[in-house]
Design a protein around this ligand. Structure first.
Ligand SMILES: O=P(O)(O)OC[C@H]1O[C@H](OP(=O)(O)OP(=O)(O)O)[C@H](O)[C@@H]1O
Ligand SMILES: NC(=O)CC[C@H](N)C(=O)O
Ligand SMILES: [Mg+2]
Length: 525
């Protein structure tokens, strides 16, 4: 079930009392590798100094020897795997990022800020204590500097207060700073920071768009903690899922393993990114109380009803491996049709949708998937995929399956038509590149040269999530609806995004350029 290509970031932090954090973080990052493959980084602390290593590439290649990993000593630390949404892929932008004032802080981030440029201007202005100058164009580096600035301000405020207790708890200062940071930054963020002399800090944006899960175990010297993007990381390193970090919540674990939590913004139900359940997260993860696997089965159940209504004459159901398997299995069970694996995947070829040109993407699909005549010859086939974005994958597959002898090729997409970019930390092309951006279902079917096409409806998609966790009534489904939960995304933002992406052929390269004063607007076709 493991995906070999995705486009978000994965984060993990561990606070133990006696174990080697480096090994646990390494193992945890391997479990999160599907979320980002551009770079990997780990930092640990042995309470006297930080130990850091990061680089471009997969976790196994960046940490390719005992020597490299062995130098990362200490019982607390954090790790990151990156797929960029802002800035570039250069090693300077690999995470974690570090600042040394007002105290040593390392930070990792999953998500994307939508007001990065405004924040950068603020940090460079005289209102910032240090007129902070960044080294990269990463939004995550900006986020770290905002946090550092706010920690400094909170400390200054405390010193100025007449009644300030000189021993005022560090927790209070950090909580004040995180709350102030959350007021300034916009967009999506799940973050973990290592703060010298304070401990391990984790916080999640007020809408809970990107995931963040807390795990715990009891060691010989007391409680030990793990925070990660997905709880699939916990099992191999011996932690048990406790709960999701709440939207707008911060958690601080001190060096003694004591955990405290503060709600930094008014608590509202999460509006998590629905694409996590369709494509990004591993099926063995439970996010926001919803099993990703069960979500995907639910997609199959709902889609089966729409397929039945079409009255197509189908001989077999075939998934586009790997992500659509749960939905396809469920469709085959619901419709009483044979399930067949007719597309063989080559696990040693890399990316398709993020390849740097359309021609390369097409070649890559053919290298990655091969259609078997033994399955398709003379059959009327229903192909199921988790999503259709540019349509490159499906167009190539329809052609391959026909060449393999299929009599008819019907298509089912477990998610609705992707029509709008995701601006919250998932790499997506520009609006004009989506095959469905301005086309109807029937027109897309024509472009893909299929005999029929059915998409999941937005109502059914959201209905699956609501059914599995009634406490969550709304999701960030912006890539299907054009409705952005943070309310700050407008046409100017989209145009700037598209202009910044032009010529790079990957679309989502830079963010955070919304024109000041633009009214938030729903972006509809
Ligand atoms: O319409 P397109 O632009 O071709 O993109 C859609 C495809 O991209 C993803 O697969 P991908 O090949 O990225 O990875 P996977 O093997 O993990 O499914 C997704 O699962 C679809 O199959
Ligand atoms: N996909 C992500 O979460 C990316 C994090 C951050 N925006 C970066 O570009 O590095
Ligand atoms: Mg795919």
């Amino acid at each position: 079930m493991r995906r070999d290509v995705t486009r978000a970031c994965g984060i993990i932090g561990v606070s133990t009392q006696e174990s080697d954090a480096n090994l646990e973080i390494y193992e945890g990052l391997l479990m999160l590798q599907h979320r980002g493959q551009d770079s990997a980084g780990i930092v640990t602390t042995d309470r006297t100094r930080f130990h850091e290593h990061k680089g471009n590439g997969l976790v196994k290649d960046v940490f390719d020897s005992q020597d490299v990993l062995g130098k990362l000593t200490g019982s607390t630390g954090l790790g990151h795997v990156r797929y960029p949404t802002a800035g570039s892929s250069s090693v300077q932008e690999a995470q974690p990022f570090f600042v040394n004032s007002p105290l040593g802080i390392y930070l990792i981030h999953n998500g994307n800020l939508t007001n990065t440029d405004a924040l950068r201007t603020l940090l460079n202005s005289s209102t910032s204590f240090f007129n902070r100058c960044m080294r990269t164009s990463s939004d995550s580096e900006v986020l770290l500097n905002v946090l550092a600035d706010e920690i400094h301000r909170a400390h200054q405020r405390c010193l100025l207060e007449d009644a300030c207790d000189p021993n005022r708890k560090k927790l209070d200062l950090v909580a004040e700073a995180v709350a102030a940071t959350m007021k300034l930054i916009q967009g999506a963020y799940s973050c973990i920071a290592l703060i010298n002399g304070v401990g391990l800090l984790a916080f999640r944006d007020p809408h809970g768009i990107r995931p963040l899960v807390l795990g715990r175990r009891v060691g010989r010297r007391g409680e030990e903690w793990c925070v990660a993007s997905e709880d699939c990381a916990f099992g191999p390193i011996g932690y048990e899922r406790v709960r999701d970090v709440a939207p707008g919540e911060m958690i601080l674990i001190d060096d003694g393993g004591n955990l405290v939590s503060r709600q930094c913004t008014p608590l509202v139900p999460a509006t998590p990114c629905i694409f996590e359940y369709i494509y990004l997260a591993r099926p063995d993860s439970v996010l926001n109380g919803i099993s990703v696997y069960n979500f995907q089965l639910g997609l199959g159940t709902r889609l089966a009803a729409s397929i039945r209504a079409r009255g197509w004459d189908i001989d077999l159901v075939c998934p586009v491996p790997d992500g659509s398997r749960p939905a396809a299995i469920q469709i085959s069970a619901e419709l009483g049709l044979p399930y067949r694996e007719g597309l063989v995947k080559n696990r040693y070829v890399g990316r398709t949708f993020i390849m740097p040109s359309q021609r390369l993407r097409e070649v890559s699909v053919r290298r990655k998937l091969n259609a078997m005549p033994a399955v398709f010859q003379g059959k009327s086939v229903l192909l199921v995929d988790d999503s259709i974005v540019r349509g490159t994958t499906m167009r190539q597959i329809v052609d391959m399956v026909r060449r393999a002898g299929a009599a008819r090729v019907y298509l089912a997409s477990a998610s609705p038509p992707v029509r709008y970019p995701n601006v919250y930390g998932v790499d997506m092309p520009n609006r004009g590149e989506f095959v469905a951006h301005t086309l109807s279902e029937e027109q897309v079917c024509g472009v893909l040269a299929a005999d029929g096409l059915v998409y999941q409806s937005v109502e059914d998609l959201v209905g699956v999530g609501r059914e599995l966790n009634p406490a969550i009534q709304a999701f960030d489904d912006s890539c299907f609806t054009g409705r952005y939960v943070t309310g700050d995304i407008n046409e100017t933002y989209m145009r700037n995004l598209e202009e910044a992406g032009r010529g790079k052929d990957r679309g989502f390269k830079r963010a955070g350029r919304a024109g000041a004063g633009d009214a938030p607007a729903t972006i509809m076709a």
